[in-house]
Every structure is written in C-alpha cells, then in structure tokens.
Design a protein around this ligand. Sequence first.
Ligand SMILES: Cc1cc2nc3c(=O)[nH]c(=O)nc-3n(C[C@H](O)[C@H](O)[C@H](O)COP(=O)(O)OP(=O)(O)OC[C@H]3O[C@@H](n4cnc5c(N)ncnc54)[C@H](O)[C@@H]3O)c2cc1C
Length: 472
Amino acid sequence: MNLLQQHQTQSVTVVGGGVAGMSAACALAEAGFRVQLVERRGYLGGRASSYLHPGIGEVIDNCQHVLFGCCTNLIGFYKRIGVEDKIQWTREMTMIEPGGRRSVLGPSWLPAPLHGVQKLLAARAFSPADKLALAKAFQALMHPVPQNSSESLAAWLQRNGQTTGAIERFWRLVIASALNADLDCIALPYAAKVIRELFMNSPEAGSMGMSSVPLSDLYEGAAKYLSAMNGIVLLNVSVDAATWDNEASRWTLSTGDGIIHSDFLVIALPFEATGKLIASIPPAEGASALSAQIARHRHWPICSVHLWFDREITDLPHAVLLDREIHWMYNKSRLQPWRQLKGSYLELVVSTSRSFAALPREQAIDQALRELKEFFPEVAVAKLEKAALIKEVRATFGVPPGIDSARPSAVSPWPNCFLAGDWVATGWPSTMESAARSGHLAAEALTSATGSPQTFLLPDLEPTGFMRWFKI
Ligand SMILES: Cc1cc2nc3c(=O)[nH]c(=O)nc-3n(C[C@H](O)[C@H](O)[C@H](O)COP(=O)(O)OP(=O)(O)OC[C@H]3O[C@@H](n4cnc5c(N)ncnc54)[C@H](O)[C@@H]3O)c2cc1C
C-alpha cells in the first residue's frame, strides 16, 4: 500500500470551518487523508466571513480583513485553493487628518529598512520631533526583542522617548489597532514583530492585501478543493462532545445531527469554544493545564460601520483616519467594483474600542457619520441610503506580556487529537495568518503522529536590503 492509499483509509474530522480549520483540512486532504470539515454555521470562514445582511439586503463581510505580504501561510492556503488572484495588493497607506490634509506612507527605491523613510519624512501628519522619535524607535527594533520579554509596548514607548504625536498617530493608530488592544496590553515582542514585518523587513512583506470578493466567496475554493480530494464539508453541524475509544482507536463525535466516527480529530476552534468542547472529553494527563491556559485568554472587540451613500465620497480605496474613534476607511465600491453601485459603499472600522462597542446602533452610526464628515466634506451633502453596524465583541484575542505561556502547541493531551486556531502557539497575533499557520502546524503534528511526517508550514519571507543582516 502506498502512502496515499494508506492515508485514504484513515479519516480526519476537523471541527471548525474558520481559516484554521480550512487550512488544516486542505493540507490533510492533500496528504491523502479522508477529511471531513464540520462547521456550526451555514457558511465557512468563522471570524473572517461574509453573509447576506438581512436588514439591508447586501452581502457584507463581518469586517474588512486585510493581510500583508508577510502572511506566507495564508497566501499559501489561498494558493492551494486557487483564489490568490482574488486578492488585490497595495503598498501605500494614506493617512488623513480631520480637515482633510493627507500624508502617504509607503516604500521608495531605498533598501530595507530605509524604504519607508522618504515618505515618512514627507508626511505632514508627523512633526519633526515625531519623525525623529519614530526613526529612533525603528532603529532600536532592528535588534531582536527577546521573545520572553515581559515589557508592554506602552512601557517601551515611554522608555524610548516617543512623542505624543508618534504615539497617538502611529503606535496607537497603526500598531495597537493592528493588534487590537490598548498599548499597555500589548507584549513588546508582538509589537516588534508587526513593525519589522510591515515596515522594516522588505516592501513586499509590508504590502497590504484585500479581497476583491466577499470573504466567504474565497472559501468556495476550499469546499471545491476538499470535494475534489474526496473530502466533505458539513455545514450547520455543531460538535457538542467527543470521546476517544481506546480499543477501536477512534474518536466519536456527538453532533445535533448524529454521531461521527473518525481516526483523527483536529479541534480548530476559538479558545472558549475549545474549552467547552474539551470539557466533554474524559480527562487525560495535561488536560487541566490546557484548560488553565485557555482561562488566561481574553477577547477584544472590533466594530464596523457600513454606509451606503447616493454618491461618491472619495476616490481613495482606503485610508487611515487620524485623531478620531473611526480608524480605517475602506471604499468597498472601489475595492469591489463588481458591486456596480450607483452611489458608493464605505466601511469604517473601529478597533480597540470597548466604548464604541457599547454604543447603541443609532448613536454609533451618528458618531461615525459626524467624524467621517471631518475627513470627507462630501458626506455633508450626500444622502445616506442605508447603514449597518456590526459589533464583533469577540474579534481577536489579546497578546499581553506573558501570553505565550498560555498558547498550547498543536499536540493535545489526547491521542490522535490536535489543536488549531489563531490562539495556539504560532508566534503571531490574532490574525488570519496565525490561523493558517496553526492549521498547517496541526497537519504537521498529525502526519508526524502517523509516522510519516510532512511539512506544511511555509517559511517567512526573507528580509531584503540591510535587514538581511538583522534577521531574527
Ligand atoms: C471584526 C474582525 C476584524 C478582523 N480583522 C482582521 C484583519 O484585518 N486581518 C487579519 O488577519 N485578521 C483579522 N481578524 C482576526 C481573524 O478574523 C481571526 O484571527 C481568524 O479568522 C481566526 O480564525 P480561526 O479559524 O482560528 O477561528 P474562527 O474564525 O473563529 O473559526 C472557528 C469556527 O468554528 C466554528 N465553531 C465554533 N464552535 C463549533 C462547534 N462546536 N462545532 C463546529 N463548529 C464550531 C465557528 O462557527 C467558526 O466558523 C479580525 C477578526 C474580526 C472578528
């Protein structure tokens, strides 16, 4: 029997159809296992998905999701399922001040890490003192930050003489919002990682990607891929409990729709859903330590306000909005021209804002409109045709100092059971890349357990220019 035939007789059930579950399922199907991907909702994608909003009759993403060139495993997953051409890339980031003054950050011809310096120097959003502070901070971050550093980003910024302008307009807006947590709740190594990848390692690593189709459309590729590999996707099926049968050497999963048997199990769920499912599994050595790790995680919210106007508000495809509650503007009419709207559709993203998330719908939309007017005067004369507010209260897990000891590896305390999900030990913050990595790591751990280890994790992009000498 060759390896493929041997694996085809072995079944894997992946619980959770988010990016982690899909990337694990597709990698294992490629390795020749009979895979079934079980998802509680009626569509794939989890926290990065789209759906038909019943109130407004439009397909919208639960929130705009961006990726970067450094997201090698997410890009690898998109390539595996044949949708990488649905991602459009940009290397420039426009920052707008209230009143409309614009600054553009992005690469020039200079070698890394100097490629961003030219545009930073020209950026009117930062004073000369801010620019000097940022240059000093970047220089300090050329040297690796110990992964076990217990310093918070807030403490490091204070220690490294960052100005109010640099803190508010760069660190809080760009970095803390990318990590979706307050500055004092971010472990320095995670902030350093984001800075190095997005602004220092190479222009390619820092280029930003956005889907030109609704997020769930991307995953039709995953469903097709799995079915071509003899796999199955079960939607609207929730796994409520799992038991390991030592004699039969297989898992039995209870769902609302009946029982599923499987040789291997990959739990690809957020931390709290993992905690709930593992509570149903008879204890094994290490299970209470895993529950204790799960109990240390906390979620942070992200809100998005979706606005449809009778006219174009801006020709910019996206922008960073300074000094207000709304942080990011995505011009969906430009990013998704297939929508063929008469007017325009903008999405505003508010990250790290527990207070905004607490506002009632009308108040949140009013505030967003009031603020948007300060950046784009056309809003004052445009007619708002419809609006939606999406609050994701459990959007991302936080990365405070010490969090790495609460991120388990892919190997679980139970036989033939593996863990995936953005929160497991990937070294990445709560992102689609972390989810894709975790899926690849779980697939690697599973194939290792069968005695035929395979490699699925894709390597990081190589730093370019001078950064080659400052590799971590
Ligand atoms: C508003 C928002 C904005 C974000 N912005 C970005 C961004 O710009 N860039 C970025 O990289 N990341 C972003 N993220 C983070 C990113 O979405 C997540 O890190 C990633 O999608 C997590 O994937 P996952 O597969 O680990 O978990 P999930 O996506 O949560 O997937 C878990 C799946 O399991 C299913 N499930 C739960 N319980 C069961 C059960 N018992 N049985 C069966 N199925 C079950 C769920 O329905 C879900 O589909 C954002 C997240 C949110 C919410």
